[in-house]
Design a protein around this ligand. Structure first.
Ligand SMILES: Cc1ncc(COP(=O)(O)O)c(C=O)c1O
Length: 453
């Protein structure tokens, strides 16, 4: 039985793993860094003072060019679901690539059809029509358009601190100044108070916290729109914003107000879908059935694939014009998507995610009891945030400490993410196949780093 306890003076070591990375023969880290600096747009940034170069991956681990192994507790930003280079996904992609890589949806192909069925079979009953795209931003952009076309309303409500993508439209939804360029992108979009029990105006100590936050959506509909809206969109748990978990019952109440205003409820499941939260879909935790669901990231285990799933009526309304996307439903991406669903099922990954996720949360909460600067540990399944503060009372974010821990963890063989508007939340979102031994390693590395800094 794995345990969390180890003296923090011993340098933590990765769980053993029987895998030999291939000898790396490519350009050096310095050459690659130089090429990137010369030719890639400088907005494309890297983590760490000295970036790492990841050249190989196997399940929950990645390897740099020297063969050093890391536990990837960020999973390419919550994207590797079943494991890096999972053999079943690799085989499906290789097989399909060798047969046909592209055809477009103008012609029939078995994979998109079979995969479409498999995917909607995982959804609540009425969500039975899927439109494939290539990224989360594209999926949200399309969902906004579908909602506007179906309802013939324009206004969209979303939450402050949310992240929904980087296209012109979705940047309007995204509600953190760090991701918003000074262009007009918010037209018709209104941002409600974030239902954040840790940093928001109401905490779990307040009575009827869910109602209080949901009332702000109601007020916004009444006071900022004509009374009818196209949609409300929210992440089921906020990801980029620092793993914000809404109070129980919040989205259910919001859904009521949205439907009263003839709007549609869009669940952005880009991070929370495919078992990440311990449920198959993140919205299940809030006991709701959305009208539109957007999917990306874990859907393809790293292969570019995304989707918008909705009801037959909403899909039908969209047929009034031609709509086309060149790579949509690409046979290779769909083969990967199919293999991911098969693997989730075969390897009982949802249960692993829930069990190891609870175990890891428990270990992190033990650290919270030990270190005053851990203001909050929150999350669900393997979508976890550790909020670092200068002072537990004021909750002043400590982004410097977060950066230091982030750097040091890398040297110790652990990759985690950083997030939240103030960059003070350690984001832990490993591939869903990690074991309790990996969870122990995460806790031990953070303990070691917290103790040293
Ligand atoms: C919740 C959520 N929605 C949408 C997106 C945008 O996805 P993409 O980067 O694939 O465009 C992201 C990306 O991080 C996300 O976390």
């Amino acid at each position: 039985m794995a345990t969390h306890q180890q003296p923090q003076t011993i340098i933590p070591s990765l769980p053993s793993y029987d895998y030999q990375p291939k000898l790396y023969n490519g350009p050096s880290l310095q050459e690659v860094a130089h090429l990137r600096q010369e030719y890639i747009n400088p907005v494309v940034s890297t983590y760490y003072q000295k970036p790492i170069m990841i050249v190989e991956g196997s399940m929950q681990y990645v390897f740099d060019e020297t063969g050093k192994r890391y536990l990837d507790a960020f999973a390419g930003i919550a994207t590797i679901s079943v494991g890096h280079c999972h053999p079943h996904v690799v085989e499906a992609v290789q097989e399909q690539s060798a047969k046909l890589q592209h055809s477009t949806t103008l012609y029939l192909h078995p994979t998109i059809a079979e995969y479409g069925k498999m995917l909607v079979d995982k959804m609540p009953d009425n969500l039975s029509k899927v439109y494939f795209v290539n990224s989360g931003s594209e999926a949200n952009d399309l969902a906004m358009l579908m909602a506007r076309v179906y309802t013939q309303n324009f206004d969209i409500i979303t939450l402050r601190n949310g992240y929904h993508g980087m296209t012109g439209q979705t940047m309007g939804l995204t509600s953190q100044n760090t991701w918003k360029y000074p262009i007009p992108h918010n037209f018709g979009i209104h941002h409600a108070i974030n239902a954040d029990p840790y940093r928001g105006p109401w905490s779990h100590d307040d009575d009827n916290i869910a109602d209080k936050y949901a009332n702000d959506v109601k007020n916004l509909i009444e006071q900022a729109t004509c009374g009818n809206i196209a949609a409300f969109i929210a992440e089921s748990i906020q990801g980029v914003g620092g793993t914000v978990v809404y109070p129980d019952g919040y989205l259910k109440k919001v859904l009521e107000y949205v439907h009263q205003a003839n709007g549609l409820f869009i669940a952005d499941e880009v991070q929370t879908g495919f078992c990440r939260t311990g449920n198959f879909w993140g919205f299940e935790q809030q006991g709701i059935i959305p009208d539109i669901v957007t999917l990306a990231k874990g859907i393809g285990n790293g292969v570019p694939l995304a989707a918008v799933v909705t009801t037959p009526d909403i899909a039908q309304a969209f047929t009034q014009k031609i709509h086309f996307n060149t790579f949509a439903g690409n046979p290779v991406s769909c083969a990967a998507g199919k293999a991911v669903l098969e693997t989730l099922e075969r390897e009982n990954i949802q249960e692993n995610c829930a069990t190891v996720g609870n175990y890891l949360l428990d270990g992190l909460r033990q650290l919270q009891a030990k270190y005053e600067f851990i203001g909050d540990v929150r999350g669900s399944g393997l979508m976890i945030g550790v909020d670092l503060v200068k002072n537990r009372e004021t909750k002043e974010p400590d982004s410097q400490l977060t950066s230091q821990v982030h750097e040091l963890s890398k040297y110790l063989g652990l990759i985690v993410g950083k997030g939240g508007l103030y960059r003070n939340v350690l984001r832990i979102k490993p591939p869903l196949c990690i074991s309790k031994y990996d969870a122990n390693f995460i806790v031990e590395v953070l303990d070691y780093a917290f103790n040293l800094i």
